[in-house]
Design a protein around this ligand. Structure first.
Ligand code: OAD
Length: 233
């Protein structure tokens, strides 16, 4: 079976990474316009650079949770594509082999002039995660985080849509479905495709198709789903 697992910040909550829109989430602590838009970058690149330096440092201190591990385990029996809005690398570290990052990757940096030019995208060495003003990309522009900010194109969305169109099952974990185009992926599966949603809270479901909501956190929810799918953990 082809399975697409669409994940959001709640997937990594049990690893200790803050979600965005829950009480006390990142967008309660920071102004999204300041740190996650091209305008914020143009106004104050130092602030933005420091914000992502802190996020990177946090990420190094975390590890995948049981939920990430069970998503990886699905691969033992199924063809799995993870489509994540998360910029962390916890799916990869848990062993998922095909991960599409819709909103970029925290451990990567790129050119601020041509952010999507593959020649300038590079992965930071975990020993050197701190970017400073004056650190330059291959084209001589200031290095910026390889993150898709609000108002920017989402280059990976086409690949994600294709995967959803081919899927025999969609599993949605830990996303409030507030941010498009990612949230629109729930509408890209073929009619009749089973959809499971794992989230401990009610989610404003954004499509007409029925969804089976497992109202649990990512790890407990994945355990329950593995039982339903008859895959033992
Ligand atoms: P949100 O913070 O909007 O939503 C997190 C969801 O995770 C909520 O529905 C929570 O109920 C749920 N949740 C909390 N704890 C959980 C747990 N232990 N297990 C499972 N679910 C849990 O985060 P996203 O939907 O991912 O983009 O946000 C989407 C995008 O908005 C992000 O990628 C980011 C943000 O601004 C950019 O920065 C470009």
């Amino acid at each position: 079976m082809r399975i697409v697992v669409l994940t959001g910040a709640g997937m990594s909550a049990e690893s200790g990474i803050s979600t965005f829109r829950d009480n006390g989430g990142l967008w309660d602590q920071y102004n999204v316009e300041d740190v996650a838009t091209p305008e914020g970058w143009a106004r104050n690149p130092k602030l933005v650079t420091e914000f992502y330096n802190v996020r990177r440092k946090e990420l190094l201190g975390t590890k995948p949770c049981l939920g990430h591990e069970l998503v990886a385990k699905l691969e033992e029996k199924h063809a799995v594509t993870v489509v994540t809005q998360n910029v962390d690398n916890l799916h990869e570290r848990a062993g998922s082999s095909y991960v599409i990052h819709l909103h970029g990757e925290l451990m990567k940096v790129t050119s601020s002039r041509s952010p999507n030019d593959p020649r300038y995208i590079k992965t930071l060495d975990p020993e050197h995660i701190e970017v400073k003003m004056g650190d330059l990309a291959g084209d001589g522009s200031q290095l910026r985080p390889f993150i898709v900010w609000f108002g920017e194109a989402v280059p990976e969305i086409d690949r994600a849509v294709e995967e959803c169109e081919k899927a025999d099952m969609l599993i949605v974990i830990g996303t409030s479905l507030n941010v498009y185009p990612a949230a629109g992926l729930t509408r890209c599966v073929r009619p009749g495709t089973p959809i499971y949603l794992i989230d401990p809270k009610p989610v404003q479901w954004n499509s007409d198709v029925p969804v089976h909501h497992i109202m649990k956190g990512a790890s407990e929810g994945m355990k329950e789903l593995m039982k339903l799918l008859k895959i033992e953990d």
